[in-house]
Design a protein around this ligand. Structure first.
Ligand SMILES: Cc1ncc(C[n+]2csc(CCOP(=O)(O)OP(=O)(O)O)c2C)c(N)n1
Length: 402
């Protein structure tokens, strides 16, 4: 048994939690945390938590909030903060980020290692009975069992302001008693809408204003200019746009592997394929948040030097697909990183004509193209109509005759 509350095991509290009709205001949630002396927030944004993320991006002092590149890094940031202050930080994430957090949960924060507390706020995509995309189904079903396996007690919060103070009291008293992480699991619809005045830092906002090309226009240019390439496309709206662009132009989907989950791994998928098939033209369409999430992969690509690989990062300086929270990608030189890692040809463009020229010139791989695009997507953007397995089958049939 992991812990108990009035004789009731904390594990399994989900069964008691019935979702109410009301929602929690992001400001209410934030203020309840602040009242409990919580003053450091970090994590990777999630669509279910986007209103809370927008709130802290806008209202928490810059020194109190760090958008992490991945959920494991977020836990380490929270742990470092604890070591320096003896306080507990909040780590927010989508449930798909639990995987990235497993190592620090078990080998850093665990009670038998350093016993470091952190309050996890986990957006529960794929909850049973709630319609969601295929990549969230197993993750959703296993979210609570995973926390149990990881010895992280949790409460599935009711999503009601009236219930929240008692839920937080319980979470904080368990954090104090156990000294190791505790999770609040948030269902879809937990937070009420919060319209951020601006979720961008000054630099992001300055650069954004100069950008005219949309992510969808960039993807259109890429696929029309590269009819013989095989594409590994990143998680989020980019893959949805790629799918719809194929339909719009009457093209098949068999050249596209849509990396609907496994955020940050599209470039390694592309490298694996390019290593096996040096004769095939392989292009990774990446996002800046995804590239940052596992940026070490750039070093592997740069060192392996696959001649037929092009790595294109559509840099909008934001986690656009889950609410537009800023990334650090406008603050660093992504192209410089790629150059330093050993990519052979580097381009940085922000106009469609320049992207076309770069694509025409880019064949001495590994190639890195940073495309600066504006945030946003079509309001009527749909989702792939075929399943991931159908996508994989068609892709493999064309790439390797399977
Ligand atoms: C491990 C993991 N953490 C978080 C998410 C939630 N998520 C889905 S898309 C996305 C943002 C991706 O940002 P970026 O790569 O910059 O692409 P953009 O949405 O801006 O096109 C996030 C955080 C996820 N799917 N997986």
């Amino acid at each position: 048994m992991l812990g108990s509350n009035n004789g009731k095991t904390l594990i399994g509290r989900a069964i008691d939690a019935i979702k109410g009709d009301s929602m929690i205001g992001a400001d209410f949630f934030y203020n309840e945390l602040r009242r409990r002396d919580m003053d450091f927030f970090t994590g990777v944004p999630d669509s279910l938590l986007k209103d809370f993320c927008a709130y802290i991006s806008t209202n928490a002092p810059p020194s109190a909030h760090i958008t992490a590149v991945n959920e494991g890094a977020a836990l380490a940031l929270a742990s470092g903060y604890h070591l320096a202050t003896n306080k507990t930080a909040l780590v927010y994430m989508q449930n798909s980020g639990i995987g990235n957090a497993v190592n620090p949960l078990l080998s850093l924060c665990d009670k038998d290692v350093y016993r470091v507390p952190a309050l996890l706020l986990i957006g529960w995509r794929g909850e049973s009975g709630v319609h969601d995309e295929p990549q969230h189904i197993t993750q959703g079903r296993l979210t609570l069992p995973l926390l149990e396996t990881l010895c992280v007690p949790y409460i599935v919060i009711k999503g009601e302001e009236a219930a929240l103070p008692a839920e937080l009291d319980e979470a904080f008293s368990e954090l104090k008693r156990r000294g190791s992480p505790f999770a609040l699991v948030a269902r879809k619809g937990t937070f009420s809408p919060y319209k951020a005045a601006a979720t961008e830092n000054g630099l992001n906002s300055m650069i954004s204003k100069t950008l005219t090309m949309s992510r969808e226009e960039a993807i259109e240019e890429i696929i029309l200019s590269s009819p013989r390439d095989f594409f590994f496309c990143t998680t989020g709206m980019a893959s949805r746009e790629l799918y719809e662009l194929r339909e719009k132009h009457g093209l098949g989907h068999e050249r596209d592997f849509l990396t609907v989950g496994s955020m940050g791994h599209a470039s390694s998928l592309a490298l694996g394929a390019a290593s096996a098939r040096p004769d095939a033209l392989i292009t990774c369409i990446d996002g800046d948040g995804a590239a940052l999430m596992h940026m070490g992969s750039l070093a592997t690509t740069g060192v392996r030097k696959p001649r037929s690989l092009r790595h294109i990062v559509l840099n909008n300086g934001a986690h656009d697909s889950v609410g537009g929270q800023p990334t650090a990608a406008f603050n660093i030189g992504l192209s410089d990183v790629a150059r330093a890692c050993g990519y052979e040809q580097i381009f940085c463009v922000d106009r469609r004509e320049d992207l076309r020229l770069a694509l025409a010139a880019a064949r001495n791989g590994p190639v890195f193209i940073e495309v600066r695009v504006k945030k946003g997507s079509r309001a009527d953007l749909g989702r792939p109509k075929s399943s991931p397995i159908e996508n994989k089958t068609a892709f493999m049939k064309l790439l390797c005759g399977m």
